[in-house]
Every structure is written in C-alpha cells, then in structure tokens.
Design a protein around this ligand. Structure first.
Ligand code: ADP
Ligand code: MG
Ligand code: ZN
Length: 472
C-alpha cells in the first residue's frame, strides 16, 4: 500500500530589532550569560511590559511579503506554562487575533503553500546542561519572534525545504531577521502525518520540535514518515505527540503528549493595550518593502534573458543581485555580466558571509565599464578577464590597466589586412589545414593575435581567415 506524506510547519523567526520586545535590553546573540537582561525580561513581579513598535512593523512587513492580510486591531495574550526558562510562568504571545493571517508562499512548481497566520511572541531563555548541572541564561528571554504557521499543504520533503529556503530569503530581503539557522534565529516545528494515497482524511500527526538545520529537517521527516507508515501498515495507531530528533542516532523520540489549547489557559494580557495599525500605516510599510526575490527572478529571466540557473544564483544573496543590477545598467547582453560575476567576481567571495555582504572592493559601475568595452568589441574576452583580475585586486577602473589605444579595438578593415598577411606568411600551416590538420589553423590565429597584441577577436579572425582560404 502506498502512503502520502502530509506536513505543516510552524516556523519561529527571531526579529532583528535592536531592543527586546517589552524592554530596552539588547537582542544581540551570545554575550556572557544573563548580561542582556533587566527586571522586565527576567519576569520580576511588579514590572510592566511596553510593546516595542518596531516589532509590530517588522511583523507587518513579514506578513505583507508573504501575501497575508493584516489585522488593524490585534492584542497580546498570555500562554501559561511553567518551565525554568520562562520566569513569568507565561509567554506573551497572540492567540485568537494574530496580527497577520491568510497568506501564502508560491513554490517554483506554481503551488501555493498557504499561511494560516503570523503572530508575534517573545522568546524564552535557554537552559544549559553541563556536568550534571543545569544553568539558565535569560539573554534570549524577551527577544521578539514571529511564528509563521502554514496549512498542512506540504506533500513532500522537497516542498518543505523549498518553502523554508524561500521564507528565509524573503525575511532576509526585507531585513526583519538575519535568519541564521545555526544561531537559532530560524527554528521550525514540523508536523507530519501519513495517509493512504487517495484518502481524503488526514492521518494523525506528530510534531517534531525545534529543528534548526535543513539537512536535519529532511532526515527527521524521512525517519518520521517511515515510522508512521510502519505503524499503520502493521495495523497500529499513531499517538498524537511531540517528538524530538536525535541527530546522532538519526531517530525521533517521544518528548511528551501533545498539549491542548485548553492546557495553556490562554487569556488576554491585561498589562498591554490593543495593537492598532491603520491602513495608512500598512501602506507606508508596503512602500518600504524592497523588491522581493521572486520578482527579481522574474525580471532577470524574462526581461534580461538570463537562464534560470544564473538567475537563481544571483538572487540568492540580495547584495549580489543588486551588484549585478548596477553593473549591467546600459549593457545589452546581461548574460555577459552574469558570467563574469558568477565566475571571477564570485571567486573573490569564498565564504557565505562574503557573499552575503558582496565583499568585493570593485564598484559595480567599473565592472559595467569593462563589459561595455567587451560588448562593443573594443577589447576581447581574454583582455577583459586579465584586466578584471587586476581591477578586483585593486578596486580601480579598467582605464588603469588597458591603455586608451588598446581600448580602441581593431576595426574590421585592419583585421582583414592582418588576416591576409597571416595567410600569406603561413603558407605551410594553410596547406596542412587544407590537408585536414585542424590543429594547423591555430598557428594562423596565433600569428594574428601576436600581431595585434591580443586585441583581435579570435572568432572574428577565424571567420575572415576561412573566407580568405576558401576564395583564394
Ligand atoms: P495546534 O493548534 O494543535 O498546534 P494547528 O491547527 O495550529 O494545531 O496546526 C499546527 C500545525 O500542524 C500547522 O502547521 C498545521 O498545518 C499542521 N497540521 C495540522 N494537521 C496536520 C496533519 N494531519 N498532518 C500534518 N500536519 C498537520
Ligand atoms: Mg500550534
Ligand atoms: Zn530586559
């Protein structure tokens, strides 16, 4: 019997506001334990929270960028549970009136993954287990989060990974989070179930908590789906429960039974007023949104004529996409610009964070000038590559490395003359070429390149030489 995978995601994204959600403490990652804290985020009795306006703005931007509707009036609620990382014994979150709802992210197949809601909440502290003891670090307590909840629309692991990559890129483009998975600023709860192919009804789901690596998400899902199928095949039933993934053993294991909404005793936080956001304010945030990755991809492919692989690579880092846009201004053959960026310029940025920052000292305008010379046949591609290496070393324009005279290129009349001479002075090579030795042709072109000090376009020269040989 064949089974279908069904999954829905709850993704937590840490917002990169300077201050925490209800106090002025820094949100900076790391730091000595309990140094980014104050009585408010430590949950001391008698303190009062005040909502950071930036958190609301960032959440609305995230909603707008994922096609959500925005609620003009929402509120904060208390989700009650006790755990040592939560000193107040409740987390301030949003229950029945999340700030954003009803959105979607489109996958490359054209399928939409529906977003049920995006709500605002605070992060908890961190427990550190060491040598049999447990320590608590509250630095992370009160860092603002948004939780993005999808409908159970995923039908494969690949769809989940693509969605997460897209979500991550969107959040990075709009600048609301640095979405560093290894630092936990994007974490995911994966809900998964299995049903017989053709069944309408979903199976019972389990939830794998707190995943922060795409690789582990894929492995955990594969394991968990197979576990469901094995149980169902042998006539068993799935317990609805929360599980954790053990990456060392590549298994999931039960953590606890799934709690119900009722267990949390949600109620409105009486310390906080309504969050009111007008259409005008929403529109202002909409205008501030940058061009999103999907839109860029569309322009790069359909207006600039780039192949999908190139366009995908260029949009992967916002600053590289912008570098390309800047460099290719006024250039007709955009693919030429993309080629140079994805080879020579790319090699100067070996690490992910280099690419994130597009850390080359060469201004994009200078690259554009070089490509323009190439496009207008003033220089040939080997001259361009050599000059580009020097330009990347120094950050200086092409005029520093190729003289005015060399940039004039070689007009066709002159090139024809040189080709005639080449044929004349390389009679042996011409004979061998005519006798079937393709290699001999190289000697003739070599002669031309030498005569023109590398300035001739070798392809053009080859055309002319062939024509001369044919007609003589
Ligand atoms: P709860 O309120 O109990 O957390 P939700 O309805 O909010 O449940 O769903 C949580 C997540 O689980 C959502 O992302 C949703 O898409 C997903 N989900 C719900 N039912 C299933 C199912 N049968 N199989 C897989 N995922 C599911
Ligand atoms: Mg839930
Ligand atoms: Zn604080």
């Amino acid at each position: 019997m064949s089974y279908e995978l069904v999954a829905g995601l709850e993704t937590h994204v840490e917002l990169s506001t300077k201050a925490k959600i209800f106090c002025q403490c820094t949100t900076e990652f790391g730091g000595d334990p309990n140094t980014h804290c104050c009585p408010i985020c430590m949950g001391m009795p008698g303190t009062l929270p005040k909502l950071n306006k930036k958190v609301v703005e960032y959440a609305v931007k995230a909603g707008l960028a994922t096609n959500c509707k925005i609620r003009n009036v929402s509120k904060m609620d208390r989700k009650n549970y006790t755990y040592p990382d939560l000193p107040k014994a409740y987390q301030i979150s949003q229950f029945d009136k999340p700030i954003c709802y009803d959105g979607y992210i489109k996958l490359s197949s054209g399928k939409n993954i529906r977003i049920n809601r995006i709500h605002i909440e605070e992060d908890a502290g961190k427990l550190i287990h060491e040598g049999g003891d447990t320590y608590i670090d509250y630095n992370r307590g009160g860092v603002p989060l948004i939780e993005i909840v999808t409908e159970p629309d995923f039908r494969s692991i690949d769809e989940v990974i693509e969605y997460l990559e897209k979500l991550r890129l969107i959040m990075k483009y709009i600048g609301v989070s640095d979405v560093k998975m290894q630092e936990g600023s994007l974490r995911c709860d994966v809900n998964i179930s299995a049903r017989k192919k053709g069944d309408e009804k979903f199976g019972t789901r389990t939830e794998i908590k707190n995943m922060n690596s795409l690789n582990f998400i894929a492995k955990a899902m594969e394991y968990e789906f197979n576990r469901h199928v094995d149980i169902l095949e042998s006539g068993g039933v799935i317990d609805q429960e929360t599980r954790r993934y053990d990456s060392a053993l590549n298994i999931t294991e039960s953590m606890r039974d799934k709690e119900d909404e009722d267990d949390y005793r949600y109620f409105r936080d009486p310390d906080l007023v309504n969050i009111i956001i007008s259409e005008e304010e929403i529109n202002k945030l909409k205008v501030e949104l940058p061009q999103l990755p999907d839109k860029k991809l569309d322009i790069f492919m359909n207006e600039y004529g780039l192949p999908k692989d190139d366009a995908d690579l260029l949009i992967k880092y916002k600053k590289i996409a912008e570098y390309f846009e800047e460099a290719s201004k006024g250039i007709k053959n955009k693919k030429l610009v993309s080629n140079y960026i994805l080879s020579q310029v790319y090699r100067r940025m070996p690490t992910d964070s280099d690419k994130e920052e597009c850390s080359v000292s060469l201004p994009p305008k200078y690259l554009g000038e070089l490509i323009s010379l190439l496009e207008n046949k003033k220089i040939n591609s080997s001259m361009a590559s050599q000059a580009l290496e020097k330009m990347l070393d120094t950050g200086k324009p092409v005029s520093e490395f190729i003289s005015k005279k060399d940039m004039e290129g070689i007009d066709e009349g002159l090139l024809r003359e040189i080709c005639l001479r080449a044929v004349d002075e390389n009679k042996e090579a011409v004979e061998s070429y005519l006798g079937g030795k393709e290699k001999a042709f190289g000697a003739i072109i070599g002669y031309i390149m030498k005569e023109t000090r590398g300035k001739a376009d070798p392809q053009k020269a080859a055309e002319i030489v062939k024509e001369i040989i044919k007609t003589s």
